[in-house]
Design a protein around this ligand. Structure first.
Ligand code: GUN
Length: 280
């Protein structure tokens, strides 16, 4: 029987640890504040932002909300970010993506102070990760490392195959697995013989963005499978990049969708907010 990796439970453990830490910081007179900026009202973004603010409240982090209209000019957003950079009471700044098309995301991300970059998207954070220096790490891949470690799955010496090379998941994921002494392969849309390459993985991370794309033909028997995808299937049911029912009897451990990787992203955002105290 495959081990079902319970992301909800592990994220709750992390949140409880952080809650205690925030409480003890409060006793020393330290308060943590996260500024959350949303431009426009994309429904999915509103749900994510709402969940992030709820998590802040639960843990005892103060959140400041900036809900800006869709037609906000790039300069206005840059000005807000610069003000928040200077504001000593603000520890973390989160600009929810995607931004409206007329705003250059790269420019906004680069303007956020690397000391307040709780998403870990700033080029300085990415660079630090790649050379093994301390800095903010992108929340989803950081959460996956926690899922593995807290489920007793070791990474050292394992063949780790990451499918997907996005800046937010695939690339930082490969760096983190490398840091944990995994042997890492990154696959993408131009990879030849994807099935064969994926099958090398003792640990397979699926971050492709295609519903139920990965079936057991891609998976080595007894592998650990981490599913980063979140989609609606033909019956409007949530599903991942992995065809869970097809592979579950073939793997040693797997994350479900929902309740696997998803809850970890917010837990790690909270972790980064608490960490930001040490950087200021
Ligand atoms: N949009 C989707 N995921 C994320 C995330 O982790 N951070 C931000 N800022 N925007 C997102």
């Amino acid at each position: 029987m495959a081990q079902i990796i319970d992301g909800k439970k592990i994220s709750n453990e992390i949140k409880e640890e952080l809650k205690d830490k925030v409480l003890s910081l409060k006793k020393d007179g330290v308060e943590i504040t996260l500024a959350v900026i949303q431009v426009g009202n994309d429904p999915a973004s509103s749900v994510y932002v709402g969940n992030k603010k709820k998590a802040c409240e639960y843990i005892g982090i103060k959140s400041l909300s900036y809900e800006l209209p869709e037609e906000t000019k790039e300069e206005e957003l840059l000005k807000l970010v610069e003000e928040l950079n200077k504001d000593k009471k603000v520890n973390g700044i989160l600009v929810q993506l995607p931004l409206p098309k007329h705003i250059h995301e790269d420019k906004i991300i680069e303007t956020i102070s690397p000391l307040k970059d709780v998403d870990g998207f700033h080029p300085q954070s990415v660079g630090r990760l790649s050379i093994g220096q301390k800095g903010f790490v992108s929340c989803t891949p950081a959460g996956i490392i926690q899922l593995l470690k807290r489920s007793g799955i070791s990474i050292e010496g394992k063949e780790c195959v990451v499918i997907g090379r996005s800046n937010i998941v695939g690339k930082p994921m490969s760096m983190l697995l490398l840091k944990e002494n995994g042997t890492v392969t990154v696959c993408h849309s131009k990879t030849k013989n994807l099935k064969e390459v994926a099958k090398r993985g003792d640990i397979l991370i699926a971050a492709i963005g295609k519903p139920k794309f990965i079936n057991k033909e891609y998976i080595k028997e007894g592998a650990v499978v981490i599913d980063v995808g979140i989609h609606r299937d033909e019956n409007n049911k949530l599903c991942g990049d992995v065809d869970f029912d097809d592979v579950v009897d073939h793997v040693s451990a797997i994350t479900p969708v929902p309740g696997g990787v998803g809850p970890m992203t917010i837990a790690m955002l909270m972790h980064n907010c608490v960490d930001s105290i040490e950087l200021l």
